[in-house]
Ligand binder design. Sequence first.
Ligand code: 5GP
Ligand code: MN
Length: 315
Amino acid sequence: MHQKPDPDAMGSSLALAGFLSQLGHNIAVISPTNWPDFLKWMPGCRNVVDFEAAKEKALSILDSAEWLFCLDFNAMHRTKHMAQKLKELQCVKVLIDHHEQPETASFDYGISLTSKSSTSEMVYDFIVGSGKAELINQDIASCLYAGIIGDTGSFRFPATSSDVHRMVAELKNKGLQHSIVHENLYDNFLEDRLRFLGHVLLYRMEVFYEYNAALIAIPKSDLLKFNVRTGDTEGLVNYPLSIQGIKLAGLVIDRDEERKWSFRSKGDFDVNTFARTYFNGGGHFNASGGRSADSLQKTVQAFKNAIKENATQLQ
Ligand code: 5GP
Ligand code: MN
């Protein structure tokens, strides 16, 4: 899965692991980095190896692997410090992913479908396609459902097809308790996180009505003041999009090693291209990310210049 996994990355990986282990395979799930607390309820999450925290263990698993499944990322660099090792491995590498422009040369086999709502939907298709749908149990169903609601914004984004709804109906037949999954993901924060959200919306958001764009820039001091932890900034970038008329939202966080960007858009503004062109990133048409080595102030200025350059597409 990609670094700092979200519900889809973690959910698709754990679901595939749950399926393959029932077929008698010896499976390990590795995350390139740690993950948010709101994913820790997921069945199987306790056994996930954090590459940064348990590097020796992860390396020895990788060295003995015959097959490597790469889920929910399109290019090896999305696994951060694990990328070099993954490139060197001689085992069979399989990609299952829905991001644009996959780095196909890095994989032996794979399926990359940008029309799919989530990698979790693709893992579901993979299991059904294998003819062993009866192995989808309640645990697998919970993981897949978490990935689906994470990546579809709880069924609102355009990629939410009728297939997605049919899949969820089948998961309900497998014993899925959907409201528990929603609670685990969205009603599982500490007070600090909500106060941080209020602070950010009041003091760190700038709206550019002439370009139908908005920006949230978070300095390091806020992260310290509100004790912000992995996952606490998830979903923040969506708030500006709830303002009438706003088509593009950017969120930049001053992380130690880089300024990390998230972009979201509504309608026909392509943030995959936007992130690739200006911020060394990529992703999907309506949701992408990127990064910058510049200071927070400089990269914010770069965003302001970029929206000016894209004025016609944004209006
Ligand atoms: P998020 O804003 O939630 O971190 O990421 C939004 C989407 O863009 C996700 O699908 C994520 O995988 C992708 N993404 C985020 N950052 C990057 C990046 O730096 N490069 C690429 N290629 N994709 C990214
Ligand atoms: Mn995904």
